[in-house]
Design a protein around this ligand. Structure first.
Ligand SMILES: Cc1cc2nc3c(=O)[nH]c(=O)nc-3n(C[C@H](O)[C@H](O)[C@H](O)COP(=O)(O)O)c2cc1C
Length: 309
């Protein structure tokens, strides 16, 4: 059996398979279908300082090739996360990431300071796609200087590994990746959802109450794969690929372009057992190709093929 273990910054993962924020509950809701001991790690839904009610309905629309969502980062806030969610998730036998978000730089800093005191949390993922109230509603994730500053300030209050989750809705995602690396990120997650829209022309109705929403799932894979590759080319810190993954083949494609790990999001809605099966399926593909360790595949696109292939 091929060795699936990867090192992601200072974290040792049993395999490169993570849940994507907001698509897997806080992790344990799916444990009977995708047991945590078969995963590399669980990523929480975005947690904010105060509870957020989220956006009005309709806020999910299934397109021909993926989802549009405008959930609006609904969550019960950090107090509830610490009191009821974290103690439960911490029993999971895999690496625990808490994904944090805020409308001001100070929100990210405060959340990181609070979570730094909790040993149950192995790493933080910063959702830089949150609207930036200070910066005129543009997300933190579209301005390199703002993103770098968030990382720099968060870095001052925690030693936990920091992963900056980037938005694909920018002209050059490599600039964003370099900025968060300069700010002290230990890794980059690429990517969050693409901005999208759907309408019903007969009813003259928007499919989402917010008109625009985040597009995810199978349709975004080529865009997300290109983004992950651009990030991997641009920085020395590890990249977690995310976008449209629904098979072991998809996982290995992301590793081949330079990712160290991947996250599975939208695919878990139609197949909540997928994440739990993927490690076995990845192993089978590697065994069939005569590859001993998944690490051999990371960033292999420009390397010559081994004789066995
Ligand atoms: C319903 C839904 C809710 C999401 N909520 C969050 C969230 O709370 N925080 C976050 O960083 N990303 C969130 N995302 C984005 C996913 O984590 C992921 O980056 C994106 O969906 C692309 O991956 P996929 O194509 O595998 O779904 C959400 C996505 C969906 C579909």
């Amino acid at each position: 059996m091929a060795d699936l273990a990867v090192r992601l910054a200072s974290l040792e993962l049993r395999n490169p398979l993570l849940s994507a924020s907001g698509t897997f509950g806080h992790g344990l809701e799916m444990q009977y279908l995708s047991p945590p001991e078969r995963l590399g790690g669980l990523v929480s839904k975005t947690v904010s300082l105060l509870p957020r009610p989220g956006n009005k309905n309709p806020r999910i629309f299934e397109t021909e090739a993926g989802f549009l969502n405008s959930i609006g980062l609904e969550n019960r806030g950090i107090e509830s996360y610490l009191a009821s969610t974290l103690p439960e998730v911490a029993t999971a036998d895999c690496v625990i990431f808490t994904n944090i978000g805020g409308e001001r730089e100070a929100d990210f800093v405060e959340l990181a300071r609070i979570l730094d005191e909790r040993d149950e949390v192995d790493a933080l993922e910063l959702n830089l796609s949150c609207p930036n109230v200070q910066g005129g509603k543009l997300p933190f994730g579209t301005d390199p200087k703002t993103a770098e500053s968030v990382l720099r300030e968060v870095r001052k209050v925690t030693k936990k590994p920091l992963f900056a989750k980037l938005s694909p809705n920018v002209t050059r995602i490599s600039d964003m990746a370099r900025a968060v690396e300069a700010g002290g990120a230990d890794g980059v997650t690429a990517v969050n959802t693409l901005l999208g829209m759907a309408v019903d022309w007969r009813k003259r109705a928007w499919r989402l109450a917010t008109k625009q929403g985040g597009y995810s799932g199978v349709g975004i894979k080529p865009v997300a794969l290109r983004c992950a590759w651009e990030c991997a080319q641009a920085v020395d810190i590890p990249v977690i690929g995310c976008g449209g993954i629904r098979s072991a083949e998809d996982v290995l494609e992301y590793l081949a372009v330079g990712c160290t790990a991947v996250q599975v999001g939208t695919a878990s809605f139609s197949d909540p057992a997928l994440l739990g099966r993927l490690a076995g399926e990845v192993s089978e593909l590697l065994d069939a190709a005569g590859i001993d360790s998944v690490c051999e595949l990371i960033d292999c696109m420009e390397r010559p093929l081994p004789a066995s292939v």
